[in-house]
Ligand binder design. Structure first.
Ligand code: AGP
Length: 607
């Protein structure tokens, strides 16, 4: 997730306006920044790695001529945050500059094609193929808008882009597919941006650009067309009533809620990782003597879920380990035949890095899964994958968790395919289901959100909760518990449902709320028995069930339904979402701040 911004002013310099616009988009990405302006038919560019303020101090982003320009603040997905990888990117002529937010899935193929045509690339990014494709089309004599349209038809993946060119110096060309793009219209200027906050202090008149539309900004405003058939689109500006702070949260009251609802988009981007890295990680996992899945907190729960998948799909036994216990528990055993898959959304968690360092010293192979390119974990991993969730501002992990689950499921499926332990029919079925997970998440959020809010009102005075699940759902139970205790400060217990009778059940008394995660998988029958055990002691039962599960509906006090057909190995990705929302609403019911829970930090960089 990056931030793009552009403006055409009637008078004055665009650069300082772009700089201020990018500052208001900094929450979308902040590892490198750049601007490009047009003045007297020439293109001027400044860009560098680093946060906006640092780059401005070094390079003075305001000192670019011209009343037209674009800018970009980056959250690296392809290519570490070095100066060369910062946007804007230009074509070979240096006359056309592009800023891009999204993922170009087929960039390797396009890059090879363009290099064979003689194009010289300066970066490792996927985005840089865009200006060179435009250049190639303009060489065929197409005007920039047609050249851009032809280019967009070649791109697979997601994009929100803005283009300026000395070839058409009084315009900005923008287009959108999935990544957000909005136009701001003022008396003396027109703006384009990833998000409304970027221009809200300058105008509250916004035109939302929709998927598959290309819009050309000029001195009079903007002209929008459908990319597919070039038909014009007429759309009146909407008046935005948000405050700037609200706008950063896209109208949501808290970043945590915004990030919970961002999961369908994040899960889509997580399905667009670079094949080569996933294949390499799969190869290392395949030949490992033993595999440790090392992480903390929510990331550990992702590892726990992954261990069920590696076993069920690839017949690979893995050891999920809480990072702070790794050295004590396995420090002497880990060796050259060991492979460590470290999972850390920040890539900076001290406990995880310490475990990895110990393993490296004993010649183990280290693989990394993180959300932050150029984080320490990426630098000490033999191979790493970036999950492409975009920045997560809420301290409680939500969208980064479901993205981790998706990447780990992709690895388990690749390993299964490589090992041939599961029929290719079954693997293709699961791959197809994984492709639909973003849509299923969206449906769940739309249909069950209000019911979950009411559930929080009903149970807001409860003093303690149980979270119980069997099989892979025990990982979901642990994550649901962590969410509730870390943002609503409610003591909660999570364990495999089968374990509850070995002690925890002593806590149960009439009215004690027990949350069961019960997808219709192999554990369904036995978990009904666990529900009965709790019911017999007067517990209040809340169940996360597959829609239409009449058997469990008849036994419980409350239930949340998930659409049919989510395979067990993928179920945590969807079944955790109601628990995230429940924790969020419980926090509000108890007057807690979901974004800034007490005593916690987003990245725990101390051991
Ligand atoms: C999760 O909601 C917490 N914020 C915390 O447990 C977190 O998952 C843990 O600190 C690990 O962070 P990491 O993924 O950045 O390594």
């Amino acid at each position: 997730m990056c931030g793009i911004f552009g403006c055409i002013l009637k008078n004055g310099n665009a650069a300082p306006i772009i700089h201020a616009g990018l500052k208001r988009l900094e929450y979308r990405g902040y590892d490198s920044v750049g601007e490009a302006t047009i003045h007297e038919n020439k293109l001027f560019i400044k860009k560098d790695e680093g946060q906006i303020d640092d780059v401005h101090t070094r390079r003075n982003l305001d000192n670019l001529p011209g009343r037209i320009g674009i800018g970009h603040t980056r959250w690296a997905t392809h290519g570490a945050p070095y100066q060369a990888n910062a946007h804007p990117h230009t074509d070979c002529t240096g006359q056309t500059a592009v800023v891009h937010n999204g993922v170009v899935e087929n960039f390797m193929e396009l890059r090879r094609e363009l290099e064979e045509l003689g194009h010289i690339f300066k970066s490792k990014t996927d985005s840089e193929v865009i200006p060179h494709l435009i250049e190639e089309k303009m060489k065929e004599g197409l005007p920039l808008s047609e050249a851009l349209r032809e280019t967009l038809n070649r791109l697979e993946g997601s994009y929100a882009i803005a283009v300026v060119s000395a070839e058409e110096p009084n315009k900005i060309f923008c287009a959108r597919k999935e990544s957000p793009l909005v136009v701001g219209v003022a008396e003396d200027a027109v703006y384009c941006a990833s998000d409304i906050p970027a221009f809200l202090p300058l105008t509250n008149k916004a035109i939302i650009i929709k998927n598959g539309e290309l819009t050309v900004l000029n001195d009079k405003g903007c002209e929008t067309r459908k990319i597919a058939d070039w038909t014009p689109v007429s759309r009146e500006p909407e008046i935005i009533s948000w405050t700037s702070k609200m706008a950063e949260k896209h109208g949501y009251p808290h970043f945590m809620l915004k990030e919970i609802y961002e999961q369908p988009l994040g899960l889509k981007d997580t399905l667009r990782l670079q094949e080569s890295y996933l294949e390499l990680m799969t190869a290392f996992l395949d030949r490992a003597g033993e595999v440790f899945l090392v992480a903390c907190g929510t990331s550990y729960h992702a590892c726990l879920a992954a261990s069920y998948r590696f076993s069920k799909l690839a017949f690979l036994a893995t050891h999920p380990i809480i990072a702070s216990e790794f050295v004590e528990q396995h420090g002497r055993a880990v060796n050259i035949d060991s492979t460590i898959l470290a999972v850390s959304q920040s890539g900076e968690t001290a406990d995880t890095l310490a475990a990895v360092e110990h393993a490296r010293l004993r010649a183990a192979t280290v693989l990394g899964l993180t959300n932050v390119i150029d984080s320490t974990l990426t630098r000490i991993s033999r191979v790493y994958a970036c999950q492409q969730s975009g920045p997560e501002v809420g301290v409680a992990a939500t969208k980064t968790f479901t993205s981790q689950l998706s990447v780990l499921a992709q690895l388990a499926l690749r390993l299964a395919k490589k090992r041939g332990k599961v029929s290719h029919v079954e693997i293709e079925r699961l791959e197809e289901k994984l492709e639909h997970i973003p849509e299923i998440a969206g449906t769940m959020l739309q249909s069950q959100g209000e019911k979950i809010k009411q559930l929080a009102k009903k149970y807001r005075d409860a003093k303690c909760f149980f979270f119980l699940g069997r099989g892979i759902s025990s990982a979901t139970a642990l994550e649901g518990r962590l969410k509730l205790l870390e943002i609503a400060y409610i003591p909660s217990i999570a364990c495999p449902a089968g374990e509850s009778k070995h002690g925890p059940i002593s806590l149960i008394e009439p009215g004690f709320p027990v949350i069961f995660i019960c997808p219709k998988d192999e554990t369904h029958k036995t978990i009904i028995g666990n529900i009965m055990e709790m019911k017999a002691r007067g517990a209040s039962i809340i169940a996360i069930i597959e829609e239409g599960d009449e058997k469990i509906k008849s036994l419980v006090d409350d239930y949340i339904e998930i659409v049919k057909g989510v395979p067990d190995v993928l179920s945590p990705i969807i079944y955790v979402i109601p628990l995230q929302l429940f924790a969020y609403h419980m926090a509000l019911e108890r007057k807690c701040d979901p974004d800034k829970p007490r005593n916690l930090a987003k990245s725990v960089t101390v051991k």
